[in-house]
Design a protein around this ligand. Sequence first.
Ligand code: GTP
Length: 580
Amino acid sequence: MADPEPTPGDRLHKTLNFNVGVLGHVDSGKTSLARVLSSTASTAAFDKNPQSKERGITLDLGFSAFTVLMPEHMKLICGEYDSLQFTLVDCPGHASLIRTIIGGAQIIDLMMLVVDVVKGMQTQTAECLLIGQLTCSHMIVILNKTDLLPSDKRQIAIEKMTKRMQKTLENTRFRGCPIIAVAAKPGGPEAPETAEAQGITELIELLKSQAFLPKRDPSGSLLMAVDHCFSIRGQGTVITGTILQGALRVNDTLEIPALKVTRKVKSIQMFRKPVPSAMQGDRVGVCVTQFDPKLLERGVVCTPGSLHTIHAAIISVRKIEYYRGALSSRTKFHITIGHETVMSRVSFFSRASVSADSGSLSPAEQSAQDFSFDWEFCHQEEYLTGQGEAKGRDPAQWALLEFERPVTCPPLCLVIGSRLDSDIHSNTCRLAFHGKLLDGFEDKSYVDSVLPRLKISKNKHKEGAVERVTDDYTVIGKNLFKKETNLQLFVGLKVTLSSGETGVIEGSFGQSGKIKIRIPEGLKEETKQLLSSSSKKKGKGGAKNDPPKEEDVKVDSQHITIHLNFKRYVYDPQKKMIQS
Ligand SMILES: Nc1nc2c(ncn2[C@@H]2O[C@H](COP(=O)(O)OP(=O)(O)OP(=O)(O)O)[C@@H](O)[C@H]2O)c(=O)[nH]1
């Protein structure tokens, strides 16, 4: 019989793990803070706990942990646990920062944004805030290095910086989040190790008060981020890391996608004790049958067959508003996807760019229909609109990514596009866009044969005429499309009328390529008059509240034109390159 899914109660130990990402600008004091938190907690917070010394452990580069007794407010909801472990994920360099955060997005429960109190928000602070916005729902701001402020003006300076941070956070999801001042390593690098950090006990109390029962889901396939790997003679190879998704049991078979091999789980340890299973959010050491640990210093392991290695992908795209550069097609960006950052050629396209004029395709182009179907499918899926990308808001954007080397990632994972090669001191945001993986191309030959033949054309412009008004908010347009055109692909696109109103294509009208246009602000009086006089002159149709029927429409207004701008995306078997 299969083992039951592990539950949070299925533990030999009674410690709940809570993951805290430590983010901030270079040199803001992240590592110093993680270090002092761990040591302060292990010496002070546990004096009642005999295991305290053991718990202030350094797990690996970038990971440290400390444990406290279960805070009062969590005792009721976390009945089966008696203590709470904070695992601090110190995120160092920039590329690895994005990778760590994206990879850990599902399991970073709270983010500590470390700010140098003297310098305030710096470029990377802002970038970290952006990444936090995309991946995390709880945050604490740490104003560090308060010892550098002159003692007589310290309090005022802290209050000033607190207010400034509050203002910055006003329009973010972290509005009103706690802000605390500390000195993680007073005196800087030259100071003796004995120099006492300030505000750390208060910070630990704040962390305890902000902690909550994290959502963990043992279902689905396993995905574990590996941060360390070593062998134990006679036993096997141990991989340590964090379970990002799913669960793991002794005797399970794991896949190491980078090595294209599978290995059997011989034992699992948490908090240095053997456990039969572990689940999302847990930090574990897993002993598997032997392989060369040098081959997997960092990376992922997973349920066999659950990850895909892809050569190209389609993603949804949202521009990061602080990014000053252009998102132009066929340029290269650093793409962070799953646990990898890879250079990619990026071609952007938008909704109506999908083989829109299918009726006018040549027979060769017609064969592209299968392909364009995929895109059509994409934009009907909820995940495009479900993640805050509400239908009807911004015109949706997509991109085709062509990776310089294949990447291994889970389906639907978060993707961030950035320009990491731009100068880190240039004071500009290097994060350009974010999105979700919608579709990946695994088959290299498919990529070779199909992707080079995609054509993303330049902006197109179509012009038609308003035929009649059906009510104060709706007009019927004609001469924009042929009757064969798949009008569904244009639904939701913006049009402008020569009379000044803007509208949205609501759908087709009749069978001859006419469209119904909704004018959300309503038609201007002059426009209505112009259209109704035009109707009367011709003597048919145009009665304000008549349900529109195609045969009614005989009136031809020469006065008001409709303008539609869009991009077109077609498969062109003749082309050897993507054209733009
Ligand atoms: N004066 C003073 N210096 C500090 C404090 N905290 C850290 N520093 C110093 O600031 C420098 C950077 O500290 P780190 O902890 O390495 O900063 P970091 O953010 O982890 O740096 P990166 O990992 O390089 O991004 C070191 O020289 C520390 O000694 C503090 O509270 N006061």
